[in-house]
Design a protein around this ligand. Structure first.
Ligand code: HEC
Length: 104
């Protein structure tokens, strides 16, 4: 360990941070495929929406530039148009990251 300088240790830590980001995105994609694709066009894999009232995820990414707006939406009650999922914080992080990854 004596030969590892602080910059070397920081470099070792970088892939770990990148991995977390990738995992967040993967979890978000899984949540979207499981819970959201019934109504929303979630981009990429499922080309068309099954519910005309539900905006596509790329459209949502386009018109909601703030993560906070999406977080608020996902944590509030939706009455009858969209179910309440009670997503965990990690799931919200993931699905928001996934939606933003679709931004054109
Ligand atoms: C039963 C169908 C249905 C499912 C399943 C569903 N949604 Fe929706 N969602 C809607 C509809 C319909 C709207 C439009 C509601 C409105 O405009 O009042 C909407 C709107 C939204 C919005 C707001 C878009 C905007 O810009 O105003 C977000 C964000 C969203 N959905 C995310 C999700 C996520 C994330 C999931 C999965 C966890 C999900 N939805 C699952 C039907 C659904």
């Amino acid at each position: 360990m004596r030969t590892l300088t602080l910059p070397a240790l920081l470099l070792l830590a970088l892939p770990a941070a990148a991995q977390t980001q990738t995992q967040t995105l993967a979890q978000g994609r899984a949540v979207a495929q499981t819970w959201c694709a019934n109504c929303h066009d979630i981009g990429g894999t499922t080309p068309r929406s099954t519910n005309d009232a539900a905006p596509s995820f790329p459209t949502i990414a386009q018109r909601n530039p703030e993560a906070a707006t999406l977080r608020t939406w996902l944590s509030q009650r939706h009455k009858d148009r969209m179910p309440d999922y009670n997503l965990s914080r990690a799931e919200v992080d993931g699905v928001v990251a996934y939606i933003f990854s679709l931004r054109r």
